[in-house]
Design a protein around this ligand. Structure first.
Ligand code: ATP
Ligand code: MG
Length: 180
C-alpha cells in the first residue's frame, strides 16, 4: 500500500486544483517558507479524517477553505482527494486502488466519498483504522514536534510512543471507564 495521488482544490493556499503524484518510498517536498509545504501535509491529515482544527493549524474548520488573496477572491469550498494503491490488499476493501475524498462548504456542510460513492466520515476512518495511516495513527510528525519528542521527559515520551502505537485511545477509554 502506498499513497499514489493527492489532489487539493480550494484547500488553504491551493486555490486551483493541484495534483501531486507520489511514488512508493520516500517523498520530499521542498520550497521556500510559506509556499505551502505544511499545507500539503494538512490536506493529507484532513482527507484521512482529521477533525481537530488546531491539528490543522487553524482556529475553526472553515479556515481550511481558501480565504482569498489580493488578486483572487475566496472560494466557497475545499476539496481534497487521496488515491491509495491497495494492490497488496492492506485496506479491507475489494479494490486495488482506493480514492477517498472530502469536501467542506463554507456554510458548514461536508461530503465524504470512497471511490466516488458518498459515505460517512466514520466509514473513511474505519477503512484506514487498521492500515497504519489515518487519524488515530500519528504517523504525521509536525514541524517542531521532532524537537518536542527529543527534549521530552520520560513520561511525555511514553505518551508519544503510546500515541504512535495506537494504544493511547485504549488507555484513555480505560481511564474513562474506571472513573465511572
Ligand atoms: P515553512 O517553510 O515556513 O514551514 P510552508 O511551506 O510549510 O512554510 P505553509 O504553512 O504550508 O508554508 O503555508 C503557509 C501559507 O498558506 C501562508 O501564506 C498562508 O497565508 C497560506 N494559507 C493558509 N491558510 C490559507 C487559506 N485558508 N487561504 C489562503 N491561504 C492560506
Ligand atoms: Mg511548514
Amino acid at each position: 500500500m502506498y499513497l499514489k495521488t493527492l489532489t487539493i482544490k480550494g484547500f488553504k493556499s491551493f486555490a486551483s486544483a493541484t495534483t501531486l503524484r507520489l511514488e512508493p518510498g520516500i517523498t520530499c517536498v521542498v520550497g521556500p517558507n510559506g509556499s505551502g509545504k505544511s499545507n500539503v501535509v494538512d490536506a493529507l491529515s484532513w482527507v484521512m479524517g482529521e477533525q481537530g482544527a488546531k491539528s490543522l493549524r487553524g482556529g475553526k474548520m472553515e479556515d481550511v477553505i481558501f480565504a482569498g488573496t489580493a488578486g483572487r477572491p475566496p472560494l466557497g469550498r475545499a476539496e481534497v482527494a487521496l488515491t491509495i494503491d491497495n494492490s497488496d490488499g492492506a485496506l479491507p476493501i475489494d479494490y486495488t486502488e482506493v480514492t477517498i475524498s472530502r469536501t467542506l462548504f463554507r456554510n458548514g456542510g461536508s461530503e465524504y466519498a470512497i471511490n466516488g460513492d458518498s459515505c460517512r466520515l466514520l466509514d473513511i476512518q474505519e477503512l484506514l483504522s487498521d492500515s497504519g495511516i489515518g487519524r488515530e495513527m500519528h504517523v504525521i510528525v509536525g514541524q517542531g514536534q521532532l524537537d518536542a519528542v527529543l527534549s521530552a521527559d520520560a513520561e511525555a515520551r511514553r505518551g508519544f510512543i503510546e500515541e504512535a502505537a495506537g494504544v493511547l485511545k485504549h488507555r484513555k477509554r480505560k481511564e474513562k471507564a474506571l472513573r465511572k
